[in-house]
Structures are given as structure tokens and as C-alpha cells.
Design a protein around this ligand. Structure first.
Ligand code: NAD
Length: 332
């Protein structure tokens, strides 16, 4: 059995080689190029393909794969928004993804960034750059003294809650679905308004849907406590960045940690040195000492990458052998 893995980065290779050793019946060829109308031709003679890219998967890619008798595409990531569902169906493709690879990676990062905000590390870093080693007046805050409002208590939100409890913070939570364990602990509030009213920290761990886009907008910020801290390691469009800028200006929001941005593909994953950038909100936010921006790196740990690589290869092998996988994506 032969699998062609596209877009393989150097940091993924050791995990891919480890998987190959554990699956001696499978030969995996790894190439750094993404799958395009041209590179798809390299898949001729393979049984399945394994992929990871933000670049769109064109309809031609699926058409050509089907013409080579390949109907198995395994993603090393979660999102399928760069695939046309109609093309997937038309060419009878079975697509798998890796919906859960390491919730701890994202939860730990979001807590780390909140701690950095609370302890004002960016401000101290800039003072150090100016040879200013005075500690006052940047008085900071303690996590154990916060009321952390967790929105979304799924895989990542639950890990975050456990970490916050370990720090001694008071945790309250909001979710449309109530996890029975957390329910027993009495963590849930009934409405977002209630969470906004009580929380000194609001952290987002929910998916982006049309209904959750701009969930944190002017109206939401207005309902929050003065001096609230906001953390978003979920999806950029959950926050209306213009409203966040106004809330930072007014002091309503004391600081924000953003691993994701509304228009992040303009900036993230590019070397922008010396380049013009048409993203005024990014410039505005990034120049503030009380805003921490990271380029969607919350997920990027050795554990997560290993799982993304190995779960996707195993799913591709399952598809090739049986036509089935517990990681099949449903496109309707
Ligand atoms: P999950 O599906 O396990 O949990 C999401 C939770 O959100 C569920 O409990 C669901 O009931 C709840 N929810 C859905 N809509 C809601 C709404 N309108 N109001 C309140 N709650 C709602 O997902 P997860 O694995 O915990 O991931 C959460 C999000 O983290 C993902 O959707 C993704 O956007 C983001 N993420 C970010 C990174 C990163 O590197 N920054 C990596 C992976 C995932």
C-alpha cells in the first residue's frame, strides 16, 4: 500500500517515519509541496493521499485523483472549509480529518497568554529594551484572584477549566450543551449576559458559526466588567476587532490575548518583513503593550503534530483497507 503525503514540513517527518516503522506494510512518500492542479499528478500509482494546507483544494485536484482511482484524502488538520463539498461528492471522495489532536496544547497556551497579560510581561520586555529596569508602576494581577468566564466547555474548554482550578481561580462557564460533570460542580451560568457580568476574564473556546461570528461585539463588551481581560485562541471572527479596539481605548478591556485574528491569513504564516500590509486593525492591536498576538500557534506542539500526522495516516490506511474510518468528514 502506498500513500503520498503532501505539504510535509521538516518537523512532521520524524513522526511520519515513526508511523511508517509501526506500519511496515505501508510505504509513505513525503513531499514538501502542497497539492495543486499540477502536483496532484504525482499521486498516480498511489492508493491514498495525506494533506495539510490552507490553500484551496481545487475541483480539478479531486477530478484528477478520481481519474487515478484514488478516492481517499486524509487531512492532518481539522478544517475542511477550503474544500468544495460538491466536488468531494461528485468525485466520490472519502475525506478524513483529525478533529481532536491535543486539546491541552491549545488550553495550556491560552492560559500562558492570560498569565502573560496579567503579569504584564510585554510591557517589561519593552522596558528592558529601553534599559529601563524599574518595576513600578506596572503593578500586575494574580490568576487566583480572577473570575474566569469560559465560553465553550468542549475538549479545550474542559482542559482550560482544570488548569484554572489548579491555579485557584474561580471558574464560571457558558455552553449551549452542559457537560454533566461540570454541571454537578455548578460551574454553568444560564446566559452569556450573566457570564459577562461576573467574569474578570473572558476566554473563548467555541467554534465559529454564522451565529457565533462577532459574538464579542460592542454590545457584549458593554455588558462586561470594567478592566476585563479577553482571551481568544479559538477563531478570529468570534471577536469584532473594531469593537475590541474601542473597548481597549476606553479601558473597558484591560488586555487581550489573541492567537487568532479576523483576517489572519493576510499576516499569519507569512514573512512580512519589508512588505506593506493592508490590515489596520492588526497594526493597531499589535502596537499595544496590553495586547498579545500570536500567529495561530496555540496548537503547535510536538504532541499535537505527532497526533495530526499519525492519526491522519492511520485514517488513510483504514480508508484504503476497508473504505471506512471513524474520522470520516460528513459534508452535508
Ligand atoms: P469542541 O467541539 O470540543 O467544543 C466546542 C464547545 O463549544 C462545545 O461544547 C459546544 O457545545 C460549544 N458551543 C458551540 N456553539 C456554542 C455557542 N453558540 N455558545 C456556547 N457554546 C457553544 O471543540 P474544541 O476541540 O474544544 O475546540 C474549540 C475551538 O478551538 C475550535 O472550534 C477551534 O475554533 C479552536 N481551535 C483553535 C486552535 C488554535 O491553534 N488556536 C486549535 C484547535 C482548535
Amino acid at each position: 500500500m502506498k500513500i503520498l503525503a503532501y505539504g510535509v514540513r521538516d518537523d512532521e517527518k520524524p513522526f511520519l517515519e515513526e508511523w511508517e516503522k509501526q506500519n511496515p506494510d505501508v510505504e509513505v512518500k513525503a513531499v514538501p509541496e502542497l497539492i495543486t492542479d499540477e502536483t496532484v499528478e504525482w499521486a498516480k500509482g498511489f492508493d491514498g493521499v495525506d494533506v495539510y494546507q490552507q490553500l484551496p483544494y481545487t475541483d480539478t485536484v479531486f477530478e484528477k485523483l478520481a481519474s487515478y482511482g484514488i478516492h481517499n484524502v486524509s487531512l492532518r488538520n481539522v478544517g475542511v472549509d477550503n474544500m468544495n463539498p460538491e466536488a468531494v461528492k461528485k468525485y466520490d471522495m472519502k475525506v478524513t480529518n483529525v478533529p481532536v489532536y491535543s486539546p491541552a496544547a491549545i488550553a495550556e497556551f491560552s492560559v500562558t497568554q492570560l498569565l502573560n497579560l496579567l503579569r504584564r510581561t510585554k510591557e517589561y520586555f519593552h522596558k528592558f529594551e529601553r534599559n529601563d529596569y524599574r518595576w513600578a508602576p506596572q503593578i500586575s494581577h494574580e490568576l487566583n484572584d480572577q473570575v474566569v468566564g469560559v465560553i465553550g466547555t468542549g475538549h479545550i474548554g474542559q482542559v482550560a477549566i482544570n488548569i484554572y482550578k489548579g491555579f485557584g481561580a474561580k471558574v464560571i462557564a457558558y455552553d449551549v450543551y452542559h457537560n454533566p460533570e461540570l454541571e454537578k460542580e455548578g460551574l454553568y451560568v444560564d446566559t452569556l449576559e450573566e457570564l459577562y457580568k461576573q467574569a474578570t476574564v473572558v476566554t473563548l473556546h467555541i467554534p465559529l458559526f454564522p451565529t457565533t461570528e462577532h459574538m464579542l461585539n460592542k454590545e457584549a463588551f458593554d455588558q462586561m466588567k470594567d478592566g476585563v481581560f479577553v482571551v481568544n485562541a479559538s477563531r478570529g471572527p468570534l471577536i469584532d476587532e473594531k469593537a475590541l479596539i474601542d473597548a481597549l481605548d476606553s479601558g473597558k478591556v484591560a488586555g487581550a490575548a489573541l492567537d487568532v485574528l479576523e483576517d489572519e491569513t493576510k499576516v499569519f504564516n507569512h514573512d512580512m518583513a519589508g512588505q506593506n500590509m493592508d490590515y489596520p486593525e492588526f497594526w493597531n492591536l499589535n502596537t499595544r503593550d496590553n495586547v498579545l498576538i500570536s500567529p495561530h500557534t496555540a496548537f503547535y506542539t510536538d504532541v499535537a503534530v505527532k497526533n495530526m500526522v499519525q492519526y491522519s495516516l492511520s485514517a488513510n490506511k483504514d480508508l484504503i483497507e476497508t473504505g471506512e474510518s471513524d474520522k470520516l468528514v460528513k459534508f452535508d
